[in-house]
Design a protein around this ligand. Structure first.
Ligand SMILES: [Fe+2]
Length: 342
């Protein structure tokens, strides 16, 4: 009697649960170590669990701390996926031998080749351009390339954050790759000579200093400015209106783009779930969340950016592989420090 009712009940229970794990399976889990500093990533995690039934356990922290933590946990690390921003940091995790190569047709088919590690240790899942911002009330003449920022005619005009930050290391890596080490160092010296003030603060304060009259030019990532464009705060929207964007090097290699990325940890206890998570990240749904949540450019073709970002204009991007400039980050730092870029 008992046995018969179980036989009847089991299939009905399964039918009632869409995307349920196979009968008898334990609850599926994936452990994500993330240093992305964006609240809207919560929606991503919820979306993944809805789509797959796999629960997410999230550990958030500073990228270097998470890398150190995975290293210390060793073979017993619960970490399945490392998510972070900037190819320089992804390279750091890879160089520490913490990531495993993944070959996957779905993921590789969705992400352009230059935005992922050629061996599959990590994948770019959203992108941002590092652009030149300027005062629309005092637009610069003859400024179309990163290289122009070193021109003495822009003396005392540039605001930019410190050389140690990965965003600048990656930009510098792209300049080394394009022009060689010597020219890159000369460029860094020229930019330092043109600084309006010693580097201080993150990207946002650089372009906030434009309407404040402290600098005429700033170097910053696109999403920080787009965020102001969609802000409820009128003062932030006024900054967005006042600050113009130059996508550099449109007549040659294109503007430098960087990625948010993720890779499967070498010792991942839930490898299949980790790969399912990466597949989800490149789905249209997740790409829309990146676009609308943090004003990043989707890496997947056909998913539109947020209107406040799209309004900055279309551009040609540098097709240099992110793994290449990521791997140049140590050399970039040496050069920038030699050049006096604090
Ligand atoms: Fe950022």
């Amino acid at each position: 009697m008992l046995r018969r009712s179980l036989l009847v009940l089991a299939p009905a229970a399964l039918l009632a649960l869409p995307a349920a794990p196979p009968a008898g399976a334990q609850e599926r889990v994936v452990n994500i170590y993330s240093s992305r500093h964006y609240d809207t990533d919560r929606e991503l995690y919820d979306g993944f669990t809805r789509a797959t039934g796999i629960r997410i356990r999230l550990i958030e922290g500073d990228a270097d701390q998470l890398i150190e933590r995975i290293r210390n946990e060793g073979a017993n690390s619960p970490a399945d996926v490392l998510m972070t921003v900037d190819a320089a940091r992804l390279h750091r995790a890879q160089a520490a031998n913490l990531l495993q190569p993944v070959r996957n047709a779905v993921i590789e088919g969705r992400i352009p080749a230059h935005l992922r590690d050629p061996e599959g240790h990590w994948f770019g899942i959203s992108k941002r351009a590092r652009v030149i911002m300027f005062d629309r009330q005092n637009p610069p003449q003859g400024l179309a390339r990163y290289e122009d920022l070193a021109d003495p005619r822009f003396r005392g005009q540039i605001c930019v954050r410190s050389s140690s930050h990965p965003y600048n290391l990656s930009l510098m890596g792209s300049i080394i790759a394009a022009n060689g080490e010597q020219a890159a160092e000369a460029w860094a010296r020229g930019v330092v000579a043109n600084m309006a003030r010693p580097p201080q603060g993150g990207d946002t304060p650089q372009f906030q200093a434009i309407p404040a009259g402290q600098c005429r030019l700033a170097i910053a990532n696109t999403y920080y400015l787009a965020r102001f464009g969609a802000s409820q705060n009128p003062a932030e929207r006024a900054v967005y209106e006042r600050v113009g964007v130059i996508f550099p090097n449109q007549a040659d290699r294109g503007a430098h783009v960087n990625v948010s990325g993720a890779g499967v940890v070498r010792t991942a206890p839930n490898r299949e779930a980790a790969i399912a998570f990466l597949e989800y990240l490149v789905s249209d749904e997740a790409q829309r969340l990146f676009a609308n949540g943090n004003f990043e450019y989707p890496v997947v073709a056909g998913v539109p950016p947020h209107p406040a970002l799209a309004a900055l204009g279309e551009f040609r991007e540098d097709a240099l592989n992110a793994a290449r400039y990521g791997a140049l980050s140590a050399q970039s730092l040496q050069i920038m420090q030699r050049a006096g870029w604090r």
